[in-house]
Design a protein around this ligand. Structure first.
Ligand SMILES: [Zn+2]
Ligand SMILES: [Zn+2]
Length: 349
């Protein structure tokens, strides 16, 4: 069941999931079963360069869980991985990143830059797949935090065992570099930030053993993206899908690492005497506005204004009254581990 937060229903789900149709290790039906048992309230699949699951009619409700199917495009150098939902088909693989981002925008598809900040160099057998061309527009969002990327990026020959024993705990958070880039892009237009699980559940060699580091069920209890809907998810699948896409496009979203506690009832609001908005919302004037932040439990709250940290405080609740025009967002940390990250609220901009 979705959590009701103020005027909003929060749905927690998983974005960026692979199946046996590309390099995942289970079929869509098997993965959906695992996801539903883990309590996912929506699921978004994206196999590499194929929409076969969608073509086979597998999109739809599974019980009360809507399952949406897009795909992950990449250029010929295997850079510029891009999640596309609602594209009419798979775009030609000869396209440059500029071209497939433009094609997606022209088709009104929902495009998300996948793991743009990969830089890992520690292990030659696991190269990075970063986003390097930032000259184009037309994408809807950025996967600020990618479970597999971060995990692989920090993997070395020496910490493999430790990181394999506690994969969720080893997640730190989006890099400063990508957060700065995201804040900067949002100064000119809305760009949603979200978390992708990039679930494959593939085996990795640790010494003499082969271990499945992130079985799907562990993935689904780690990074979650929470959608904020003005009404409950429709029982009609096409309607529900539009509600999911709207929330993403409008940045009505926050994301979390569930390892540090379920974040379903996290709150971030801006309030004037007459209006109240949440992530993705805007208020026309800063006068008399207060920001309200409520966490499920005590953590380090970091308030960000126009890309700068303006307040860092340990609390489970914060009311902030010195509101200036600009963009505000919130991070919550448990020690040096990222827990909850909101999208922006716009004040008088
Ligand atoms: Zn990828
Ligand atoms: Zn992927």
């Amino acid at each position: 069941m979705p959590e009701k937060i103020g005027d909003w229903y929060a749905y927690s789900g998983a974005i960026h999931i692979h199946t046996t149709e590309s390099d995942g290790t289970k079929t869509l039906q098997e993965v959906v079963d695992i996801g539903r048992r883990a309590g996912l309230e929506y699921m978004m699949f994206s196999d590499h360069m194929t929409l076969s699951n969608r073509d086979n009619g597998l999109e739809g409700y599974y019980g009360d869980t809507p399952v949406v199917i897009g795909y992950e495009h990449n250029d010929r150098n295997d850079h510029h991985h891009y999640l596309l939902f609602e594209s009419p088909g798979v775009y030609p693989d000869r396209m440059s990143a500029r071209e497939f981002v433009a094609a997606g925008a022209a088709d009104n598809a929902l495009g998300i830059l996948a793991h743009p900040d990969e830089i890992r160099t520690a292990l030659a057998e696991h190269p990075a797949y970063p986003w390097t061309d930032w000259s184009m527009d037309g994408f809807v969002g950025i996967e600020l935090w990618n479970q597999m990327s971060e995990w692989m990026e920090r993997l070395t020959r020496y910490n493999k065992l430790l990181m394999s024993v506690s994969p969720r705990r080893s997640m730190q958070g989006p890099t400063d570099r990508i957060l700065r880039k995201w804040d900067e892009l949002n100064m000119s237009r809305k760009v949603v930030g979200l978390a992708g699980v990039d679930a494959h559940a593939f085996p990795i060699k640790v010494g003499p053993f082969t271990v499945e580091i992130f079985p799907y069920k562990v993935h689904f209890r780690c990074l979650r993206s929470h959608l904020l809907l003005p009404t409950k998810m429709s029982p009609d699948f096409d309607q529900a899908k539009l509600q999911i896409y709207d929330a993403i496009r409008e940045c009505r979203l926050f994301f979390s690492n569930m390892r540090w506690g379920a974040a379903d009832n996290f709150e971030f609001h801006a309030e004037s005497d007459s209006h109240r908005v949440t992530c993705g919302g805007s208020l026309l004037s800063a006068e008399g506005v207060r920001l309200l932040i409520q966490l499920p439990s005590r953590a380090t709250i970091k308030l960000v204004h126009n890309g700068k940290y303006i307040l860092i405080v340990d609390a489970d609740r914060l009311e902030f009254r010195d509101v200036q025009p600009g963009l505000y967002r919130v991070e919550a940390w448990k020690g040096d581990r990222g827990w909850i990250f909101s999208n922006h609220i716009r004040i008088a901009v």
